[in-house]
Design a binder for this molecule. Sequence first.
Ligand code: FES
Length: 114
Amino acid sequence: MSRRIDLLGVDELAEGEMRMVWVEQTDPVLVVHVNGEFHALQGTCSHEYFELDRGFLTAGTLTCALHLSRFDLTDGEPLDPPAELPLAVYPVDVVDGRVTIEVADGPLEVNEEA
Ligand code: FES
């Protein structure tokens, strides 16, 4: 079984920006709008618990502000150390002007080293 989660409206997040959305007020999902596309990734770093909306976006990548690992926005793969695990990436569908993800029932998948 899967569930669709409504994150935000397409007009709520400008090109080149990102925003943390707290699903059910407990699970952080980072929504990123770049190159006309929306991405949704786990909201905390895979290296240590650190909220990624405090990082920065560069050319299709997201840099964690704590230890500066860079991640690919498309597949979540780490491009620079110290992070070794990819960020979980949630499949995005834009439905009726809303950015949504479809995920398995239960807790959101999150990759974390510690
Ligand atoms: S917490 Fe993100 S790179 Fe260390």
